[in-house]
Design a binder for this molecule. Structure first.
Ligand SMILES: Cc1ncc(COP(=O)(O)O)c(C=O)c1O
Length: 382
């Protein structure tokens, strides 16, 4: 069997090796005296939350940890007071998050409206895209839920521009940032018009598995009611006082129960890792890998690129149209490629069909990418 080639960093990235090691150390340290570790946990969690929020230029009291973006999106889509009106999603969203919207819509007897987003060379500019989105949102809409980076095509939404327009129309904007942190310079000091953002830290940011966050600007705290109640819902009992500097909303969003803290603690090391590497260099490296994949796949297989061709709308995810007879095989291709060629890709559901999506982080070399593409070609041509 040839060596493993991993070209699906978009589904889950490998944790930075040093961060993984630190987390394992924290786990062992925790077990020396689990009771003391639990009680010391709340203050240390707060320090970590402040550090991670700072990396994304967020107020720590607007930011809270969750195990993943799905939980964070539940917090807002199910937990927020919404004005009357439709819930709007796009046709490129991740199914699980659409289901949260559908669940809320069905509970409230609201319409769930799907708007259409173009692909590939049909996307001309950020302004064209924002105009297209805004034009399709029905007059009486309460909420737009949209991804920061689309799972299917890797399209990156110009959030600042979109948020300005949704706020003018008094439509709440909830962003699914599964692929935001670690892909682009996510800066919450520029995103005040966004109403809610859920992020994953176990994808492109390369934190430990089971780490993510929610973020909401102060003006929205009063409309977001925690979905879970526990020790910190109404007041802050003494053991929890080291957390949150008395900020009632933030403390009420705390996962205030026996918790495996260690994955979250290691996020402090993940921030150090990013600072050491210089985030701008990592983003530029990801873009270079993405373009390399796109160019080499085009040379080798010549399949249509479904991801945007305009650079400011691109992300490290690149998607290719599969010939019809392969598209009908769907997810089976993932297993067959892994089993026969030891290369891992994503097959992504896209507008009623399936497409091939490749993604690589900076430590995958060009030689590995070329080898991976050769194996993909062998598989499809055999
Ligand atoms: C756009 C998008 N949203 C949400 C998710 C769900 O992520 P998680 O299972 O970590 O909550 C994914 C996962 O790939 C995704 O691509």
């Amino acid at each position: 069997m040839p060596t493993e080639i991993y070209l699906n960093w978009g589904t889950l990235s490998r944790t930075w090796p040093d961060v993984l090691q630190k987390m394992q150390k924290y786990q062992l340290d925790y077990e020396i005296n689990p009771t003391v570790s639990l009680f010391e946990g709340w203050g240390r969690l707060w320090e970590t939350q402040k550090k991670v929020a700072g990396f994304f230029k967020a107020q720590p009291t607007d930011f809270y940890f969750r195990h993943n973006v799905t939980v964070a999106m539940n917090d807002f889509i199910l937990g927020a007071e919404l004005p009357p009106g439709d819930i709007v999603v796009t046709d490129l969203e991740y199914g699980a998050i659409v289901n949260i919207c559908r669940y809320r819509a069905e509970k409230d007897k609201r319409n769930l409206v799907t708007i259409l987003i173009p692909m590939g060379d049909e996307l001309k500019s950020e302004d064209q895209l924002v105009d297209l989105i805004m034009k399709q949102i029905p007059q009486k809409s309460a909420l737009l839920m949209i991804s920061h980076v689309m799972t299917g095509t890797g399209l990156k939404i110009p959030l600042q521009k979109l948020a300005k327009r949704t706020r003018e129309r008094k439509i709440l904007l909830a962003v699914d940032g599964a692929h935001g942190p670690g892909v682009t310079d996510l800066d919450f000091s520029l995103l005040d018009d966004v109403d809610f953002y859920g992020g994953n830290l176990h994808k492109w940011f390369r934190g430990p598995k089971g780490t993510g966050f929610g973020w909401a600007p102060e003006r929205n705290h009063k409309i977001i009611h925690p979905l879970m109640a526990g020790w910190t819902t109404f007041e802050t009992p003494i053991p929890f006082m080291p957390f949150g500097e008395g900020h009632r909303w933030n403390i009420s969003m705390l996962m205030a129960y026996c918790l495996n803290f260690n994955a979250f603690y290691a996020l402090s090391d993940a921030v150090d890792e990013w600072q050491k590497r210089d985030p701008r260099k990592v983003y530029a490296g990801l873009q270079a890998k993405r373009m390399f994949i796109q160019n080499e796949m085009t040379k080798s297989l010549g399949w249509k690129v479904l991801s945007p061709l305009v650079e400011s709308l691109q992300s490290p995810l690149v998607t290719f149209e599969l010939p019809a007879h392969f598209a009908s095989q769907g997810f089976e291709i993932i297993h067959a490629l892994r089993n026969q060629k030891n290369v891992t890709v994503s097959i992504t559901p896209l507008k009623g069909s399936y497409a091939l999506r490749l993604s690589a982080h900076i430590d995958i070399s060009e030689d590995q990418i070329l080898d991976g593409i050769r194996r993909i070609k062998d598989y499809f041509h055999s």
